[in-house]
Design a protein. Structure first.
Length: 384
């Protein structure tokens, strides 16, 4: 398996694409050249400007003209004019203010530490035997600090305990220093600057890519600076300088982006995957092609459904679909065929960097999936 990450400009956006075995696997779109005072992940000392009990909300000021929304249940003891430390979790969009939380956190590749939420959690994808040892390891370190909690991330599955503990110590020192700095800082001071979204994306990949290529010198410099502590990953970042053959064309990224706007995706066996958005969910309808192979009807349906769930998982990643996703499969009469398709779908969803879960296969042959929402779908971002 060969992985390469390509980062290049597309219109007013920076596109980060993971290419696996010469096929687009995942796409991240971020605003290019847009300078914002704050971004998700930043930790700021804010001032409370109003409490709206009917909305169960507090409104805060992060800067001279930067307002934010916080759910009141996260801090029930605050009053107007209070100064509190918050972390931005969602950027402002349209008329909606950015969303913040008082439970601020700092994250590494293997561990995330949170101030204000105690205990030790471990990713469900990590085997139980390792999960127990990691809980004991970090809990013993946090026993003397009652205000900080830890979550062991999925990437820690293949990491040694010494490597995890080394990162934990760095993050622990960082989050403690944020608290100390907040004590003597005036409001509207940024206490922690989050790494760029592209750096976070690269850091969170479970397996480091073989190569990271960008034709943008500013992005190249930022990545080398922000990822300098990860020698393995930093050493694989390369600046592409061939102006005659742009990177976006070399890697056929425009075609992949265009595909994210299309309703119909064609499968290799002649079938189709029709993708539509409703108010409540994304619907993917699987249609069979002509039977040009010497297969029985049941065998052809199985083959089409297997290819469809692989492609559905890929389209979910590329398009960044989230919430409830329904795949209307071709009806299967064989129980073993149904179980095989479910197994294949579960396997494909596990490869997603964002939490995606298979819920059920209904009697009507509809596979129900949920996927965590972190950003808008790719098509919506590029249409803004």
């Amino acid at each position: 398996m060969s992985d390469r990450v390509v980062i290049t400009k597309y219109r007013d956006f920076m596109i980060t694409a993971l290419i696996r075995d010469d096929r687009i696997w995942d796409i991240l779109a971020t605003a290019s050249g847009e300078k914002s005072d704050f971004r998700p992940g930043d930790i700021v000392k804010a001032k409370v400007i109003s409490i709206q009990h009917n909305l169960n909300a507090a409104f805060l000021l992060l800067g001279s003209a930067v307002k934010a929304f916080m759910e009141l249940k996260e801090r029930t003891d605050i009053r107007p004019e209070d100064e509190i430390v918050v972390q931005i979790v969602k950027e402002a969009f349209g008329e909606k203010e950015m969303v913040v939380t008082p439970a601020y956190s700092v994250a590494g590749k293997y561990v995330a530490l949170t101030f204000g939420r105690c205990g030790v959690g471990v990713s469900r994808r990590i085997p139980d035997e390792k999960k127990d040892s990691l809980k004991k390891l970090l809990y013993s370190r946090l026993m003397t600090e009652g205000r900080i909690g830890a979550v062991v991330r999925t990437n820690a599955e293949e990491a040694s305990e010494s490597l995890i503990l080394e990162e934990f110590e760095k993050l622990y020192e960082e989050i403690v220093n944020i608290g100390k700095k907040a004590e003597y800082s005036v409001p509207f001071i940024r206490l922690y600057s989050a790494p760029s979204e592209i750096s976070s994306y690269l850091r969170d990949l479970r397996t480091p890519p073989d190569e990271v290529v960008t034709d943008d010198s500013e992005v190249y410099g930022t990545l080398k600076d922000e990822l300098n502590s990860d020698e393995e990953l930093s050493g694989r970042i390369r600046l592409y300088t061939d102006r005659d053959y742009p990177l976006i064309k070399l890697c056929r990224l425009e075609a992949a982006i265009d595909e994210a706007f299309k309703k119909t995706v064609y499968l290799n066996d002649g079938g189709t995957l029709v993708i539509e958005k409703t108010e409540a969910a994304f619907i993917m309808d699987v249609n069979s092609g002509k039977n040009t192979k010497k297969l029985s009807k049941d065998a052809l349906i199985l083959e089409t459904n297997l290819e469809a769930v692989r492609e559905a998982a890929r389209q979910i990643r590329i398009r960044n679909l989230s919430g409830m996703i329904l795949i209307d499969l071709i009806n299967m009469t064989s129980r073993s065929h149904r179980e095989e398709v479910i197994g294949e779908l579960r396997s494909e969803l596990k490869k997603d960097r964002i939490k995606a879960e298979f819920i059920d296969l209904t009697g009507l042959g509809i596979a129900e999936i949920t996927r965590e929402k972190r950003k808008l779908p790719l098509a919506e971002i590029l249409s803004r």
